[in-house]
Design a protein around this ligand. Structure first.
Ligand code: F6R
Length: 366
């Protein structure tokens, strides 16, 4: 059942080229430049006229929501707010009929996410769901939606569901942008072709496994980790930190790299591993300066960079090279080594990676 892998989590990490493909299958018509999102089509006008999109989710799904904030604002030019479902539902939020609420949930059973969408529905908002489990409570409570086709996720730590969510959110942001005219046809075709090449790039990133095991050996006994990223890689930093803390029980924090100097920089000394996601994108130069700030304080840098980077290897203790892709698709590739890193550290520490202590696969109580 684990397909020869030692744990479900590892199997699911390695399934991602396939699960990402499954999540875009039938939705991407490369020939005609068409995007085929059935659930979107029925509510196309609502999306075109939306004043605002509010995303509600928890945990890893909330991180996918943060990626969507960048995606939808970039590609479709609609303001987006990303909310922890548990906070949103209790704070008397301002919601109108012109709002669209997107609920993201792997299980489709998360109690807070369900309650948040019910609240928004009662105020007249249109509810769009992105769930993995077909027929789940959240899927049933929405007006429309798009399933992720990641297949069953057994490991408690979410991996392939995250990349499937991001894939669907890319398709959704592109569909809205195409309909609103904020995304040119040339750009649509370019992104479609790039999206199509993602499974092969993820496959390539998975080949880093052996290198990452060495890094895991080096850092398996540290008490803390810091993860930094900017732009599309900021949510990836949060996700990397969450993966590590939930399965290895090492304390880890994810931060937008520029926020470091507003506090966390005080933590940096020669014992602090800092994972910096520093791929070649519009924030690259700024992230390089952030790496210099860490280096000046003797932090131990583990950098995720784009293949062929010549600047960062001179500054980092470990460099992990991932294939280049379009900036908006970066999280799909850059999250892979972070999933592997947390997996290997947890295994080396003797932790139960598939069923970490205190955690459940679906959180059906608030
Ligand atoms: C992280 C993790 C949790 C879930 C969260 C939301 O690896 O598993 O943080 O992401 O409980 O669950 P869903 O997506 O089922 O609503």
């Amino acid at each position: 059942e684990k397909g020869g892998y030692e744990h479900f989590m590892l199997k699911e990490i390695f399934e991602q080229p396939r699960s990402i493909l499954d999540s875009m299958r039938g939705r991407l018509e490369l020939d005609g430049g068409h995007l085929n999102m059935a659930g979107f089509r029925a509510y196309e006008q609502k999306f075109v006229n939306a004043h605002r999109i509010i995303i509600v989710a928890c945990g890893t799904s909330w991180h996918a929501g943060l990626v969507a904030e960048y995606l939808i604002e970039d590609l479709a030019r609609i303001p987006v707010e990303v909310e922890y479902a548990s906070e949103f539902r209790y704070r008397n939020p301002v919601i109108s009929e012109r709002d669209i609420v997107i609920a993201i949930s792997q299980s489709g059973e998360t109690a807070d996410t369900l309650a948040a969408l019910e609240l928004a529905k009662s105020k007249g908002a249109t509810i769009f769901g992105i769930c993995n489990v077909v027929g789940s409570s959240i899927a049933r409570a929405t007006d429309a939606g798009a399933y992720t086709h990641a297949g069953p996720e057994i490991g408690v730590a979410s991996t392939k569901a995250f990349t499937a969510q991001v894939t669907v959110l890319v398709l959704l942001a592109m569909s809205i942008g195409q309909r609103r005219g904020t995304l040119s046809e040339t750009k649509v075709r370019e992104l479609m072709a790039e999206l199509h090449s993602i499974p092969a790039k993820v496959e390539k990133a998975l080949k880093l496994d052996a290198e990452i095991q060495v890094i895991a050996e080096t850092f398996k006994d540290v008490p803390n980790f810091l993860y930094l990223g900017r732009g599309y890689n900021f949510p990836v930093a949060l996700e990397g930190a969450l993966k590590l803390k939930e399965i290895s029980y090492i304390h880890a924090e994810g931060y937008p790299a520029a926020e470091m100097k507003h506090g966390p920089i005080a933590l940096i000394d020669e014992n602090m591993p800092v994972v910096v996601i520093a791929t070649r994108d519009s924030s690259y130069e700024k992230v390089v300066s952030n790496i210099q700030e860490v280096k000046a304080r003797k932090g131990r840098i583990i950098a995720v960079v784009t293949e062929g980077d010549t600047t960062i290897p001179a500054m980092a203790e470990f460099v992990i090279e991932v294939p280049p892709t379009s900036e908006v698709l970066t999280p799909l590739v850059s999250v892979i080594p972070l999933q592997l890193l947390s997996y290997h550290i947890a295994v080396l520490r003797g932790c139960n990676v598939d069923q970490p202590r205190n955690l459940a696969k679906s959180v059906t109580v608030e």
